[in-house]
Design a protein around this ligand. Structure first.
Ligand code: SF4
Ligand code: SF4
Ligand code: FES
Length: 298
């Protein structure tokens, strides 16, 4: 059981634990985009940098890729690590659109949080931003590829966890593209998770587009009625949040309510969660969907 020091506090963790998880055990949240507990590490985004002061490895390291070791001394606030993380955000923002006011991810966007907390406010790069053409991915998911930060969460989830192959990564270098080979509805019934999993606003909920912000809702525990599994869900109630009474909150329809069911960050992602899109998906896609009350005879 390795015992290490992170920001002057000691922690003992089980062998194989990554530094990012060990820090979280102490309540220290190291920034991350590509790392997700259910998906593991891939080392794509470089925003989880920490400085290793003592131990077998030293210097700036990616905390999601580094196994904890005995006598390791880690600093998450060392200037080298802080500068590194700030530079990574600056590179990412060099091509990122200034979409926050019209982006449905705004208010619960990891990139927005990291940009503000990292202190990046001014774009120094004077060049033209890289742009992409978006795809039609069906009636439930909106695609805005210009907001992508190449964290690979979407494709890892879609291909490795749901087992579907119609969404993938194409292109190379600075032109990678996350989408389908051609326009079309995403085939996986788990595709709704993408809108929660993507740390930016590339995949957002199409039925609820432009109808409300996250803080417009309060959430209540409930049970999904969309199939016989009876998953535990959280139902957002419009008009009860901070801006209750404002028209946009109450204008968000039941489709939006259904789309916001659950939270991929809180539920294990291998759960079916067809309830996320509820009857809309089941009615349109499933030939096995019961369409009227039935009773077993004999
Ligand atoms: S993805 Fe985040 S940072 Fe980018 S425009 Fe949307 S809210 Fe803003
Ligand atoms: S689309 Fe979203 S989840 Fe996929 S790589 Fe881009 S930012 Fe990450
Ligand atoms: S979270 Fe570690 S490299 Fe992305």
């Amino acid at each position: 059981m390795p015992t290490l020091t992170i920001d002057n506090r000691q922690v003992t963790v089980s062998p194989g634990t990554k530094v990012i998880d060990a820090a979280e055990k102490l309540g220290i949240m190291i920034p991350r985009f590509c790392f997700h507990p259910a998906l593991g590490s891939v080392g794509a985004c470089r925003v989880c940098a920490v400085t290793i002061l003592e131990g077998p490895i030293k210097g700036v390291q990616m905390s999601c890729m580094l196994d904890t070791m005995d006598d390791m001394v880690v600093s998450t606030t060392h200037t080298d690590a802080v500068d590194f993380r700030r530079d990574v955000i600056e590179w990412l923002m060099a091509n990122h659109p200034h979409d926050c006011p019209v982006c449905d991810e705004g208010g619960h966007c990891l990139l927005q949080d990291m940009t503000v907390s990292g202190g990046h406010g001014i774009r120094k790069f004077p060049g033209t931003k890289r742009t992409y053409t978006d795809q039609y991915l069906g009636p439930l998911i909106q695609h805005e590829m210009n907001r992508c930060i190449q964290c690979y969460r979407c494709t890892r989830f879609y291909r490795e966890i749901t087992g579907y192959e119609d969404l993938g990564v194409m292109g190379i270098g600075a032109r990678v593209y996350f989408g389908r080979f051609q326009d079309g509805t995403l085939e996986s019934p788990f595709a709704g998770n993408l809108t929660d999993l993507c740390p930016t606003g590339v995949f957002t909920d199409k039925p609820s587009r432009y109808t409300g912000r996250r803080w417009d809702y309060e959430r209540f525990p409930s049970v999904c009625l969309s199939c016989s599994l009876g998953c535990i869900i959280r139902l957002p109630a419009p008009g009860t949040g901070r801006s209750s009474g404002r028209k946009p909150a109450t204008a968000r329809r039941s489709t939006a309510t259904l789309s916001a069911i659950g939270d991929a960050m809180g539920l294990p992602m291998h759960r079916p969660r067809t309830g996320r899109v509820g009857p809309l998906w089941m009615e349109n896609r499933s030939p096995w969907r019961t369409r009227c009350p039935m009773r077993r005879c004999g």
